[in-house]
Design a protein around this ligand. Structure first.
Ligand code: NAD
Length: 453
């Protein structure tokens, strides 16, 4: 079967390469001709473990093709996946401009029956709107169907997630279209992947309901961590014990500088707008967004308290991506910390194992420098902040890091270090809802006084 994927970003490229690996003949298309030229030279536009090998294997077996000839890509395939970006607009709603462009192109170019599959994250009701856009662009009526197939892959584990998903969600109101898309995912049947088949609207909402729930879990534990900081409790032990409850689960209960990336922030904001558009009050998602928005301020406040001000200070920043194992810096909490520090008059020296170029482009400021190693980012620093939990930071030579610093503050915004070990090296350790025992005991005393008063 011939399949076309519009958009060669994180989702489109991974989905295209994986579907080629399923044995399908896949055409990946993008309006970004530079990206297509790079892909045709074997250069990956994104960092994702295993992707280069997967792409190269399927290109050499002639199942995976990259082209900017959008019109032929419509004509050549029965199934057309839309995996273009749906960035948030200033009001928080998803921007469907790229989706509309593809839908209109499909309408203009199609000559026979097509199945249009919405993989981009889009608000409820979009499948119907896409159908209208396709129909309006047709010069004569030709049959087609729209299937909603939201994607749940995680950057950093994208191939594994696509090949072994927790579930595949398919929304359609037409059995024939559903059967065609199900056939594409046949290899997943063999590994007993659960399939949720439903209508388009429900499928569209499943994606936002999932991402918003994940955001709520993160904000919840971050709020609990604030209380732990105040009373001298350990949020890690709390998260572990809470997560052992089978009704809750351990994942996404990691305190830190808040959620970031290209999905959770934009999807929670867009979901809020959907509630608003349909006149349904929403409290939980709104609270999670508010807590998340405050989280960078929490980091800054702790650092300001520890250093007695930020003006003129030098801060080493470890990790610049929004999470490890990706080069994606979109809405990266670490870069939000960098921007806030620069705004407060500090100098920031960042280091990232992969995304130095992306970070340098995203934060263009004379006081923002990129170092070529984690240790180098600490040179002359008053404080070092762990912004992203790349594995290589876990085994860093902290004694050497400390020697290179001028000051001694280590703000572990990802809680990757053991507070006692770090303090024993002479650091002033600051975590998120976590501190050395001595520090926690001093807060316990303060709390006892507060309780008595
Ligand atoms: P991205 O920005 O990395 O890539 C989008 C690509 O689409 C770009 O290369 C762009 O040039 C291309 N494009 C734009 N208009 C086009 C057109 N008319 N024709 C062909 N190509 C076009 O985006 P992404 O991160 O892959 O996300 C895509 C969608 O998937 C979004 O809706 C996102 O919310 C959703 N999603 C993303 C993730 C993730 O982890 N990144 C996970 C699940 C779902």
């Amino acid at each position: 079967m011939n399949v076309t994927v519009f958009g060669t970003g994180f989702v489109g490229l991974v989905a295209g390469a994986c579907m080629a690996d399923f044995g399908l003949n896949v055409h990946c298309v993008d309006i970004d001709e530079r990206k297509i030229a790079q892909l045709n030279q074997g250069i990956m536009p994104i960092y994702e473990q295993g992707l280069e090998e997967l792409v190269s294997r399927n290109v050499s077996q002639k199942r995976l093709h990259f082209t900017s000839d959008l019109e032929s890509a419509v004509r050549n395939s029965l199934v057309l996946f839309i995996a273009v970006g749906t960035e948030g607009r200033p009001d928080g709603r998803a921007n469907l401009e790229h989706v509309r462009n593809v839908a209109q192109l499909i309408g203009r170019c199609m000559e026979e029956y097509k199945v249009v599959v919405m993989k981009s994250t889009v608000p409820v009701g979009t499948a119907a709107v896409v159908a209208e856009w396709v129909r309006e662009a047709q010069s004569k009526p030709i049959e087609f169907d729209v299937v909603s197939n939201p994607e749940f892959l995680r950057e950093g584990a994208a191939i594994e997630d696509f090949m072994r998903p927790n579930r595949v969600v398919l929304g359609a109101d037409n059995a024939r279209a559903l059967a065609i898309v199900k056939d594409i995912y046949r290899p997943l049947y063999l590994i007993e992947t659960p399939f949720v088949t439903t209508d388009n609207r429900t499928a569209e909402l499943i994606k936002y309901a999932t991402n918003s729930f994940l955001a709520i879990k993160i904000s919840y534990i971050n709020e609990v961590a604030r209380l732990c900081d105040r009373v001298g409790a350990d949020v890690h032990v709390i998260a572990k014990a809470v997560g052992m409850d089978g009704r809750i689960g351990r994942k996404f209960l990691h305190p830190g500088p808040g959620y970031g990336g290209s999905c959770l922030p934009k999807d929670t904001r867009a979901f809020l707008r959907t509630f608003e558009d349909y006149g349904v009050p929403n409290h939980l998602v709104a609270a999670s967004v508010r807590i998340n928005d405050e989280q960078i301020g929490e980091v800054l406040r702790k650092l300001t308290d520890a250093l007695g001000g930020l003006e003129g200070r030098t801060i080493g920043l470890l990790g610049l991506t929004y999470k490890p194992n990706t080069n994606d810096v979109r809405e990266s909490p670490s870069l939000a910390i960098a921007r806030a520090l620069l705004q407060a008059g500090a100098q920031v020296v960042g280091f990232d194992p992969i995304a130095h170029c992306e970070a340098g482009e995203a934060v263009q400021h004379p006081n923002f420098k990129i170092a070529d190693s984690a240790l180098a980012s600490a040179a002359g620093a008053d404080a070092v902040v762990v912004g992203t939990e790349w594995n290589e930071f876990r085994n860093l030579d902290l004694a050497e890091l400390k020697r290179r610093m001028t000051g001694s503050v280590l703000l572990d915004a990802r809680n990757i270090y053991d507070p006692e070990t770090v303090a024993a090296l002479g650091f002033c350790y600051i975590g998120v809802g976590r501190a050395t025992e001595a520090e926690r005991n001093s807060r316990k005393l303060g709390m006892a006084f507060a309780a008595r008063a």
